[in-house]
Design a binder for this molecule. Sequence first.
Ligand SMILES: Nc1nc2c(ncn2[C@@H]2O[C@H](COP(=O)(O)OP(=O)(O)OP(=O)(O)O)[C@@H](O)[C@H]2O)c(=O)[nH]1
Ligand SMILES: [Zn+2]
Length: 370
Amino acid sequence: MRGCAQQDLEYNDIMIEFDFETLRQIGLTQQLASQLAFLPPAAPGSCLMRITEVQRDLLQVHDGVAEHTARALPALVNLLQEQGTGLAVGDWVVVAPHAHGEWWIAQQLPPFTHLARRANDGRRQPLASNIDTALLVMGLDHDYNLRRMERYLALVQASGVMGVVVLTKADIGDAVEARMAEVHQRLPRNIPAYAVDALAPDTVADLAPWLAPGQTLVLLGSSGAGKSTLTNTLSGSASQLTGDVRRGDGRGRHTTTARSLHLCPSGVCIIDTPGLRTWRPDADEESLAATFEDIEALAAHCHFRDCQHEDEPGCAVRGVVQDDRLLNYHKLLREVRRSQQTPLERKAMQAKWKVIGKAGKARSNEKRRF
Ligand SMILES: Nc1nc2c(ncn2[C@@H]2O[C@H](COP(=O)(O)OP(=O)(O)OP(=O)(O)O)[C@@H](O)[C@H]2O)c(=O)[nH]1
Ligand SMILES: [Zn+2]
């Protein structure tokens, strides 16, 4: 069985079958295709495909025409695990056909962007790869929370992905104009923000600048924010590349349970993700500082170089930047520092704090005795 044999391109003795024009429609770029030259030799009949869905060890891959079910070769899984990463929706992979119509993913093209979050144990969980723009979706109802929006921005900017704020439920939300003003005031000026009705067809025109052919978008937001609704409006349900994987919860509510990739009439590819409510960005201090560049720019004028903008004299940040934004920055900074530690470093740090805690207790007991 062959799903992608349109033309053979030869790179360094590797025969990998793909048709650039076909795959361009699902986001392939020249830059990505040129990476094929650096991959180890592939098995005969290997094809280049894009991962459209990940469900534990079963993956869906697309060759631009049809979708196939595939598994990753254990050697690839181990290699990626050693690098602290894994396969994600949006990845371009070399897939080899096997007996009984099975497909095996043998190689991953190094992604040009990769979104991941940190689990509570510090491990990296891949979210999506090869993303140009992230629509940060938040409802103008009870979902509205600017701290969470700052968290989303930190997650995407750390990976070099453009973040665009999309506030849904503008038709039914509270204080829409005031909230939009608040978003513009609090977030860096270069972050585009829109208030939309995710169900209205006009929304496609509003978001047109981000829907260019060959671009890949990811939608991030908490459950119920309107990601699937927006995906359907932008893609038109007839042109979905993959069916949504949705599961009822027994109360008539349906939620997205897997990340999946959709093709829109405009030519943009959309990756819909299940709700993300609590997660840590996979960022470092530097990229986080870039997300909060207003604070960093002002901090250069603080009297003390290591000013924490708390109660130090001569602070140029306190009182200028909103207190809540400053608090959130410090909270995220602490989280990022914590998740950058290896488990060994974390243990050593915990042990150190235990000793400090015991010493403190002993000192206060001693004081009490005198
Ligand atoms: N009136 C109105 N309803 C909306 C809007 N966006 C989403 N909804 C409704 O909100 C509910 C949740 O929307 P979904 O698109 O399923 O939310 P989701 O972000 O995909 O949620 P998960 O799949 O759980 O991650 C649905 O009933 C939508 O019809 C909007 O802009 N206006
Ligand atoms: Zn300061």
